[in-house]
Design a protein around this ligand. Structure first.
Ligand code: ZN
Length: 236
């Protein structure tokens, strides 16, 4: 069994449930690689080989070691024995995403990818920390800081999710980046570069974890009609 672990859902984030609902310590029991955001939609989280990094709204990258910090949304997994090697050119984000989806026939499955290489350019955005009362995700993502680096070596990591799970998590590819010097990271908007090498893994199971003791989560009402348009605008 290969399992991807998901905490929180994109739909409840969309509804403005941005408060942290799982501790980092608990999350790391379910994976050593992954991505997410911290309490209050505070930055972009990268989990790589069990180490946790956060890019904040100023673009600064922090190495996070406090297991008590919380996250409203995260996806992690333990790389397993079903990893398949990947080698391709970082012609563009769209090229890499389409090539992976097609080559590994991902349309109906969850998958993770990790790719390292030298990039000519990487453009990321960072979720800006919000204060209570929280706005909807759409509001929160209207003014997101964008950062760009040229000639940077680093790692892309993220997940593919089928369209039909698009209210649980981001449908299609959701990629984060962190540079080898750990000074630059974020949610990937675009990149170009040379040869990328790494691994892709297809999961046969999704473990969806819910914050059942969180009253905001229990009482939140998701307006599904608006969620899909909002997700498209916020995550696209
Ligand atoms: Zn992201």
């Amino acid at each position: 069994m290969t399992t991807v672990y998901s905490h929180g859902t994109l739909a409840t984030l969309m509804a403005g449930n941005l408060g942290g609902t799982i501790s980092l310590g608990e999350l790391l029991q379910h994976g050593s690689m992954g991505l997410g955001t911290f309490d209050g939609f505070d930055g972009e989280v990268v989990v790589l080989d069990g180490e946790v990094y956060q890019a904040d709204r100023t673009g600064t990258v922090h190495h996070v070691t406090d297991p008590t910090v919380t996250l409203p949304f995260a996806t992690v997994h333990f790389p397993g024995s079903h990893q398949q090697p990947v080698q391709l050119l970082a012609t563009s984000k769209e090229f890499v995403e389409d090539k992976l989806t097609e080559t590994f026939n991902l349309t109906n499955v969850f998958a993770a990818v990790r790719l390292a290489g030298n990039f000519d350019q990487v453009k990321v955005r960072v979720a800006p920390k919000q204060q209570r009362p929280y706005p909807t995700l759409l509001e929160a993502t209207k003014h997101q800081p964008v950062f760009e680096q040229t000639h940077v070596s680093g790692t892309l990591l993220g997940y593919y999710a089928p369209d039909i799970f698009g209210t649980v998590t981001a449908a299609g590819w959701h990629l984060h980046f962190i540079s080898d010097d750990r000074q630059f990271a974020g949610h990937v908007l675009a990149f170009t570069g040379g040869e990328l090498t790494g691994e892709l893994e297809v999961f046969d199971s999704l473990e969806q974890h819910f914050p059942i003791t969180d009253q905001e989560f229990r009482q939140g009402r998701v307006d599904l009609a608006n969620v899909k348009a909002g997700i498209h605008a916020a995550e696209g």
